[in-house]
Structures are given as C-alpha cells and as structure tokens.
Design a protein around this ligand. Structure first.
Ligand code: UD1
Length: 359
C-alpha cells in the first residue's frame, strides 16, 4: 500500500510535512518525492530541517524553466517513478506546477489522487496557480478542503459530495507546531527590529514583479512607507532577479533580506505590526495569528481570510494601498477569528481519511 507524497516548491513543504508525520504514525508506507522545482538551499532544504521532515526519498531535479517545460519535465520523471514503485495513492498539495504535473501522471496511470488544499478559486485564469488548481481538482479522488468556500466552489463545478472532505488547513498545523519555537528565536533582534513596530513585506507574483512598471511602483511604495515604519523585505528569487535587472534601490529604512527559513519567517510574522503580501499562504497565516495583512492583489482564492480573518484585500493601486496601510496603522484594524477547523489537527483528519480510503 505505497503512498507517494509530492513536494516541489516552497509552499508545499509546510502543507505536506505534518501529513507525512501523521501517515507515519498510522504506519502507512509513504515515500516523499521532491520534484526540484525549488532548489536553492533557502528555498528548499532549510525547510526540511525546520519542519523536521525526512529528506526526500527521490529528488527529480527539474529546476527552473518555462511553465510548459517545467510541467512536462516533472511529468516525464515522475511517470518513471510511478512505473517503478506502483503506488496505491499519490498526494499533491496546493497549486504549483509540480502539483498539476504529478496529478496528470496519476490520472493517466489510473492511480488514485488526493489533493490537499482543494477547491480554492481566484476566478482569475491569468494566474498559473488557478489553472493548476482547477485541473488538479478535476482529476482528484480525494478533495481535501481548507475553508468552506472550497466546498461551494467544488459543488458548483459538479463534484459529488462524497469526494469532498472539509478537513481544515494542514499549513496551519505546521504553524501551530512551530510557532513557540520560532518566537523563542527572537528573529527580529537579528535585524535590529522591535516587536509590533515593523512592517513585513513579501512580493513574488508574476503580475506584480515581472511587470517593470508594477515593480517600480511597489519599490516607491516601500520607500514611502519606510518613512513611517521600518520595513523588512525577504526577497524571493523571481523578485530579486527583476530588481537587479531594473537596478531598483530601496531607502535605508527598508531591510532587504534573502529568503528566510520557516522558523525565522513565522517568528517575524507573528510579531509584525502589519504585513503586506501577494502570497496565498501568508494571508492564511496572518489570519491565524490575528496580524493585520494587506493583500496586494485584485482577488484572493482564500475569502475566509477576508470574511472572518484579518486580511484586507486592497488591489494594486499604490496610492490607495498606502492610504489603507495608514488607516490600519492608525487603528482601523480588523478583529478577526480563526476559521473553522484551523486547529492544528487537519493532518490527522487527512491521514485518517486516507487510511479508510486505502482499506
Ligand atoms: C512558484 C509557484 C507559485 C508559488 C511560488 C512560491 C508555480 C506556477 N508558481 O512560483 O505558485 O507561490 O513558487 O515561491 O508553480 N528560482 C531560484 N531558486 C529557486 C527557485 C526559483 O533562483 O530555488 C528563480 C528562478 O530564476 C526561477 C524563478 O525563481 O526562474 C521563479 O521560480 P518558479 O519556480 O518558476 O516560480 P515561482 O515564482 O517561485
């Protein structure tokens, strides 16, 4: 009864780590496959250390390329693994290219497929992630949903209720497990910051950072904001490459950092005054932590963070974003609640359902 769990890019690691541990607790035979979509030490290996997960059993080493080449490379290499090991189930998580690539291999080889973080929809087909989500869900047998909007989306798309399992958020399981340790590390001290007084920003969506004008506007927004509050900006490789290309510079009050380890990042996140991001996962983590989050996007596939959490969806007009940030800094904050089933036990629910499915 071999299971293959797939990871490939940074956000996969925290979603899959607690599931791997729970499958082990149930004595299930699980092999971890890393596609190599992310490969830098600080985009990949460091998370294995922080999350205490075993090293991947197999590393496919696909690296970076165009979306089609990357997806195809993963498919060719992953199919060979499936032919050799004949798994009874494949587990994929999230919405990155590796997710869809391995899902397609599963479907073509008639291997049952489980999708962790199913049903999320931004309704924006220009996002590569939206295509990856829709197609992966379509061919999955077990749909593990993090928030209720996911159930509604899947029902609207015609999925039968039996396939849909509202389990909560396994990425929040990782946060629950590691938060205390992360805070004890006091990562803000390393950057000469004080708790609850700084702004943490991340930005890596192609729509924000691959467009020269958009990226220039973001940097000018940061320079402007940093006159009021210290800003710390761990820079994703995609963003770093584009900043370099455009020779864009930031003020002294903006701290530019390399991509951070999981513990350093969630420690900084937990004690930020305000967070600005275009990431999906960070919208959820800030909601769990009750930290005000400014989402620099026109849409979100995670509406629970807006309706129940501390997330503010503000669009990408720099003037209106700056105004919203000022309002929030002046006390117009959202109270927010932790969404249903984001309780640290999602991976237990997922592994129990998998165990029943494989019986
Ligand atoms: C991918 C995911 C995105 C996710 C993000 C998290 C897709 C379509 N996108 O985007 O959903 O939010 O990961 O980080 O799957 N690079 C490095 N080192 C690395 C990895 C990448 O330098 O370890 C550079 C390369 O120049 C590469 C670029 O970053 O071309 C982008 O990497 P890629 O994996 O293609 O997409 P991300 O922007 O990371």
């Amino acid at each position: 009864m071999l299971i293959l769990s797939v990871v490939g890019a940074r956000p996969n690691f925290m979603k899959m780590a607690p599931i791997i541990l729970e499958l082990k607790n149930l004595n299930m035979h699980n092999m971890l496959i890393h596609t190599g979509q992310h490969y830098d030490w600080n985009m990949s290996e460091v998370f294995f250390k922080d999350l205490s997960i075993k090293k991947p059993d197999i590393f496919l080493n696909v690296g970076s390329s165009s979306h089609s080449v990357q997806t195809a490379d993963v498919m060719v290499k992953f199919e060979k693994i499936c032919v050799k090991h004949k798994p009874k189930l494949i587990i994929v998580a999230g919405d990155v290219n590796s997710t869809l690539a391995c899902a397609l291999v599963a479907a073509k080889m008639c291997i049952p497929l489980a999708h962790v973080e199913s049903g999320l929809r931004s309704f924006d087909n220009k996002m590569p992630e939206e295509i990856n989500r829709i197609l992966t869900d379509r061919i999955s047998d077990l749909l593990f949903v993090t928030e209720k909007s996911g159930i509604d989306n899947l029902i609207t798309e015609g999925f039968s209720r039996e396939k849909i399992h509202f389990v909560g958020n396994s990425m929040i399981d990782s946060l629950v497990t590691h938060l205390d340790k992360a805070i004890q590390l006091k990562p803000w001290q390393k950057f000469d910051l004080e708790i609850n007084t700084y702004c943490l920003i991340t930005m890596h969506r192609p729509s924000n950072v691959d467009n020269d004008e958009a990226l220039k506007n973001i940097i000018s927004m940061l320079n402007n904001l940093s006159k009021k509050i210290p800003v710390i900006f761990p820079v994703h490789p995609r963003t770093r490459n584009n900043l370099k290309k455009l020779s864009l510079e930031v003020n002294n009050n903006v701290i530019i950092a390399d991509p951070m380890s999981y513990l350093v990042f969630i420690g900084l996140l937990a004690k930020a005054r305000i967070v600005i991001t275009d990431s999906g996962g960070i919208q959820e983590e800030t909601t769990f932590l009750g930290i005000q989050c400014i989402t620099f996007r026109e849409n979100t596939e995670r509406p629970v963070t807006i309706n129940e959490g501390t997330n503010h969806l503000v669009g990408v007009n720099v003037d209106s974003v700056l105004k919203k940030i000022n309002d929030v800094l002046n006390g117009e904050t959202k109270k927010g609640n932790v969404p249903e089933k984001w309780d640290g036990n999602s991976s237990k629910r997922i592994s129990n359902i998998i165990a029943r499915f494989l019986k």
